[in-house]
Design a protein around this ligand. Sequence first.
Ligand SMILES: [Fe+2]
Ligand SMILES: [Fe+2]
Length: 255
Amino acid sequence: METLVRRSARLDLSGVDFDAFRERPLDPATLRCLGYMHDVESHTMCYLRDVLVTRAHADPDVTAFLAAWCYEEHWHGDAIARVLEIHGEPAGSSRVAQMRRTLPKRDQFRPLLYMVGSAISKHMVTVHMAWGAINEWTTQAGYARLAARADHPVLTDLLRRIMKQEGRHIDFYASEASRRLDGHSAAQRLTRRALSRFWSPVGAGVMPAAEVTFLAGHLFGGGEGRAAAQRIDRQIDRLPGLEGLRLVERAVAGR
Ligand SMILES: [Fe+2]
Ligand SMILES: [Fe+2]
């Protein structure tokens, strides 16, 4: 945990040849996915708002991680913004401001729900850790699929760097979720129920439905996409008490 926080850093972009996109631009489908990823990465601080109203704020290991996590995710959004800007797409703070203006009204009440949930059950933090692990697995797999589909050396280079940091986020969330679920049947029951009733792909709560459907189809549709979705489901199966949920495959099939 200490190593993980100490290693946290702004994404290293040295040597990433952004100008190569001018010579060989990305295709429209890839740019649409990157727009989604830009918006979701840039939304991390708002997710943090929801987590911190729960008892998570009382755990110093969790808050140390969240500080590092939020910082790293910010720079992921910033790096993707550079790619979008080169292609003449909206990006950066004006795009993020526009997105936040158009969030559904229910978004304002989310902290209240989390606060009530946390007051009722001490296991809400476990739900957050499992949720975080699943979202990080999905994000990392999404970047890997996007790199494969776009087949552009500079994008692959950039996404590999981002994925390396996502890997550390996975390490934290998955190990915390595992530790808190292992041998705790009440935590397992609550987490299982919360995930099966409320989980949706990362970004689905804040992005337009058409964008979620497009991204799910582009990255997790077809044979290789479905295999990637099933791999995430197998990772979820390994968390104590969460076997057989098939969250990702179901979400992709129901898009
Ligand atoms: Fe990220
Ligand atoms: Fe992440």
